[in-house]
Design a protein around this ligand. Structure first.
Ligand code: 13P
Length: 249
């Protein structure tokens, strides 16, 4: 059995402030442990402050392009140069609000890896897709967009986050069994192409994770941590979630 790294990641979305960076950094620096990777994804203007505070940092998106005339976009190389290590690609809010297609997500994934950033590929079905029984089909297509473009080997230096859209910010968490089922589907799908890679791949669950439900979710065989939204803005909740991930390796 290949050991997998456990990760607790906090996606601040368009929230936060310099004061909150300080607050969360203090709290995280107290619960840091070699057992888990703790990563925060603040908005771009807070990235440097977060890095300076000693917290492992990622960005919420990245341009798929190399430097040039792309007003408002941020280049991967610059993110790397600042000292960030991760980048979220394909978050459902980027897909739905900013119309990012599977192809665009795959291009962002490629660009992040090109400069040595680790992409966290977010996948997940909408409420309607779930109701129609299309979860596996949707998640498979989102994964295939990256595998077809870059080959399965590209997933080695990445993390996958399963975030059912109906569970994001709604308080409707997937049950541990529901989430485990999809995580296993993801791992089995990748294992058909490369078994060792699939066994070593960190797969996070996201969607209304809080300090009350995290322990049971993280205890599932194929759930290797969480991608936390709202609860990552509160030091007490986020550190409690981090602590619940310890010992689940
Ligand atoms: P919530 O934890 O607020 O549901 O958000 C999840 C999420 O979208 C993390 O990327």
């Amino acid at each position: 059995m290949i050991a997998r790294k456990t990760m607790v990641a906090g996606n601040w979305k368009m929230n936060g402030s310099l004061a909150l960076v300080e607050q969360l950094a203090d709290a995280i620096n107290n619960v840091k442990s070699s057992e888990i990777d703790i990563v925060l994804f603040p908005p771009f203007p807070l990235v440097s402050a977060m890095i300076a505070s000693g917290v492992t940092t990622g960005t919420q998106t990245v341009s798929e392009n190399t430097p040039g005339a792309f007003t408002g976009e941020v280049d991967a190389q610059l993110i790397k140069e600042l000292g960030a290590q991760y980048v979220l690609v394909g978050h459902s809010e980027r897909r739905s609000i900013y119309h990012e297609s599977n192809d665009t997500v795959a291009a962002k994934f490629a660009r992040a890896q090109q400069v040595g950033l680790t992409p966290i590929l977010c996948v997940g079905e909408s409420e309607t897709e779930q109701a129609n029984g299309e979860t596996e089909q949707v998640v498979a297509a989102q994964l295939d967009a990256v595998i077809d473009k870059l080959g399965v080997a590209a997933l080695k230096d990445s993390v996958i986050a399963y975030e059912p859209v109906w569970a994001i910010g709604t308080g409707k968490t997937a049950s541990p069994e529901q989430a485990q089922h999809v995580h296993k589907f993801i791992r089995d799908k990748i294992a058909k192409l490369n078994s060792d890679l699939a066994q070593g791949l960190t797969i996070l669950y996201g969607g209304s994770v809080n300090e009350k439900n995290s322990e049971l979710l993280f205890a599932q065989t194929d759930i290797d941590g969480g991608l936390i939204g709202g609860a990552s803005l509160k030091a007490d909740s986020f550190t409690a979630i981090c602590n619940s991930a310890k010992g689940t390796v």
